[in-house]
Design a protein around this ligand. Structure first.
Ligand code: MG
Length: 260
């Protein structure tokens, strides 16, 4: 029976544990609004100095390769004021964000701003109400729980550390992000199975995205597609090929059609 074979639950975040709008409507606007204050407050820290250097190098590359450029002014012998350098850095960041770019320098700085935001209570990690009870229950059933999300492992950890339900990080046995492989690529799921030392068919993967579901299924994993409000709709024709759940409480055997 399936429930006894499942040893591991592998969870997607956006659209599965967390509303899809969390990143676009909360994290990104928070970074845009707070980057100036963050740079101002941490200007003399070595990490901030490093990330400014990274942004400046990126701006030089962009000037040559990317058409438009927003250079970062360099202070020479104090002739250019800190304020001007900072302002040009903020302009560069907002310009990159407006193009939805994912440069390493930008991601690094966004990560720093978000960390500060979470720690100060300015950002609260959003998870659906059914997530913590499901994690507790899976734990009681001795299932191992992993996260696989395109958000960086650091960002995943921040989200689950600072939720309104408290720190949920302790429930997870490990985290994977797209550095491990693309989520639409079957090989990534085989690699995860290998990394956590179990067979693909011992893993149940939960996701909202059909391409991820297909990749995981072709790697031999069990998959439930999670239908949360606001998730991208999957065509009726396609949807009938999947087992679907509307929230994580439906995983469990005492709910109708539950499997675990
Ligand atoms: Mg998702």
């Amino acid at each position: 029976k399936m429930d006894q074979n499942i040893k591991v639950i592998l969870l997607d975040i956006e659209g599965t544990t967390t509303p899809i709008t969390f990143v676009t409507q909360q994290l990104f606007p928070y970074a845009a609004t707070n980057v100036e204050k963050f740079l101002h407050d941490t200007w003399d820290c070595s990490e901030t100095k490093q990330v400014i250097q990274q942004l400046r190098r990126q701006a030089l590359v962009d000037g040559e390769e990317f058409g438009g450029k927003v250079p970062i002014i360099k202070s020479v012998n104090g002739i250019v004021s800190k304020t001007d350098v900072l302002k040009s850095a903020v302009e560069n960041v907002l310009w990159q964000m407006s193009l939805n770019r994912k440069t390493t320098a930008l991601k690094e700085l966004q990560g720093m701003v978000w960390k500060k935001g979470y720690e100060s209570g300015g950002i609260i990690g959003i998870v659906y109400d059914d997530v913590k009870p499901a994690l507790q229950r899976l734990r009681m059933l001795k299932k191992r729980i992993y996260i696989y999300s395109s958000g960086s492992v650091n960002a995943q950890k921040l989200l689950f550390t600072y939720t309104k339900f408290g720190d949920l990080l302790e429930y997870f046995d490990g985290h994977f992000d797209s550095n491990f492989g693309g989520k639409n690529d079957a090989a990534s799921y085989r690699k995860i199975a290998e990394a956590i030392n179990c067979k693909p068919e011992e893993i149940l993967f939960l996701t909202d995205i059909e391409y991820e579901a297909d990749a995981a299924i072709s790697a031999g994993l069990h998959v439930h597609v999670v239908l949360r409000p606001g998730n991208k709709l999957i065509a009726e024709e396609k949807l009938k090929n999947y087992k679907t759940i509307v929230n994580l409480s439906k995983l469990f055997i005492n709910s109708e059609h539950g499997t675990i």
